[in-house]
Design a protein around this ligand. Sequence first.
Ligand code: URA
Length: 211
Amino acid sequence: MQVHVVEHPLIAHKLTELRRQETPSNIFRQLTEELVMLLAYEATRNLELEDVEIQTPVTKTVGKRVMRPRPLVVPILRAGLGMLEGMVRMAPTAEVGFLGMARNEETLDIVTYAERLPADLTGRHVFVLDPMLATGGTLAESINFLYQRNARRVTCICLLGAPEGLARLEESHGDVDVDLYLASIDEKLTDKAYIYPGLGDAGDRLYGVAE
Ligand code: URA
């Protein structure tokens, strides 16, 4: 697993606005979209290309296009949905699939409650979107799920991570071919599994639940 914290003045600025308690959900959604676009620029650096012959107004030439089969973007429901628009703006040829995962509060196991993905992911580069890498359980399960379906490569894009979640992922997936892109690794996880200082509940803030 390779962890990339993307350092850029615009990311630092937008992330601070995102964290602010008084940022309303319409601005929160807009900032999330912009941050994902900036992170996606880095996270798609390894997309494979193939040659394509085109006609310009002047001549025929050979250009590049993203290799087929098309990349697959998978937002993890619910909060990952807020990252989808930014990602597909940057990768407009990508196909979109969905994974809903939640923790069973009794057993603490991660349960897949919704899934809309191709049955066979052979040859596919999959981009997982999940804003908050807290305990790492959901991301670990989604990576397993995608590799079980034969994904060729998995890249995860998160806004924030907690050191505890990263350590857990490192332990379970340290030798798995996964790239993880984040805007920040925060200080810690609270005893209620919130990222600290964090930004609160990303899903609630995206969808105006707390307003
Ligand atoms: N999920 C969130 O939405 N926020 C956190 O801080 C941790 C997990």
